[in-house]
Design a binder for this molecule. Structure first.
Ligand code: GRF
Length: 220
């Protein structure tokens, strides 16, 4: 497990750097690190930033040897100041892609404007359905709405919450005997596959945005 994030002296420090922002359990962070370790994502996690001191994701980051920072918005005088600290930390880490993986705060505009098409988020529904709210709210809303399919979406982060251009989606069935927990688990398994695969695709440089559509050019 160790060395999945970066291994000094092995040449991995020349790989593209990504920053992962978390607030909770960090299972998507783990999935990214495991995909890197398997060689499926040619990148290194240069920095994990948590919005909370007590996020279990921080322990996970430490277990992978990743540099961690806690930038808790409530400890700053304003959202703008917290945003400036976040931008500085990301720039210092040299990250070229920022991944929100269960990150709770709404990003300040300055952060979003500092990294145009450089920030992605994973959301546990098939956007634009069940936008807004942290897990397990989107899963609970899908169950309550009676939809037969739901899933997860990776999208670019724009100032409109959960409304940026959609990069990739994966669907799962909603079963008659599902609970919020069982449905969340099925979606999470897809998140763990979709997020690393999408990061790899973005880093390939073959992705561009045309209006609201995200287009992937053929390889070669
Ligand atoms: C995931 O369901 C993700 O879609 C949502 O928050 C949850 C984070 O889970 N944005 P984890 O912290 O990666 O385990």
């Amino acid at each position: 497990m160790s060395g999945a994030a970066s291994a000094p002296g092995t040449g991995e420090e020349t790989l593209p750097a990504i920053a992962v922002l978390v607030s909770g359990r960090g299972s998507n962070l783990g999935a990214i690190c495991e995909a890197i370790a398997r060689g499926e994502v040619r990148a290194r996690v240069a920095l994990v930033v948590s919005s909370r001191h007590d996020a279990p994701a921080l322990d996970r980051a430490v277990s992978y040897g990743i540099a961690c920072r806690v930038i808790a918005p409530k400890e700053y005088a304003s959202r703008a100041e917290a945003g400036a600290a976040l931008v500085q930390a990301i720039c210092e880490a040299g990250a070229q892609l920022i991944v929100l993986a269960g990150y709770k705060p709404i990003l300040d505009s300055y952060v979003i404007q500092s990294f145009p098409q450089g920030i992605i988020n994973i959301h546990p529904s098939l956007l634009p359905a069940f936008a807004g709210g942290m897990a397990p709210r989107p899963q609970a809303e899908a169950l309550a709405a009676g939809v037969k399919l739901t899933g997860c979406t990776v999208h670019f982060v724009t100032e409109d919450v959960d409304a940026g251009p959609i990069i990739a989606q994966a669907s799962v069935p909603v079963l008659d005997d599902d609970t919020v927990e069982s449905l969340s688990e099925r979606i999470l398994a897809e998140e763990h596959r979709l997020l690393p695969a999408t990061i790899a695709r973005l880093l390939s440089g073959r992705v561009h945005v045309e209006g609201r559509r995200v287009i992937v050019s053929p390889a070669g």
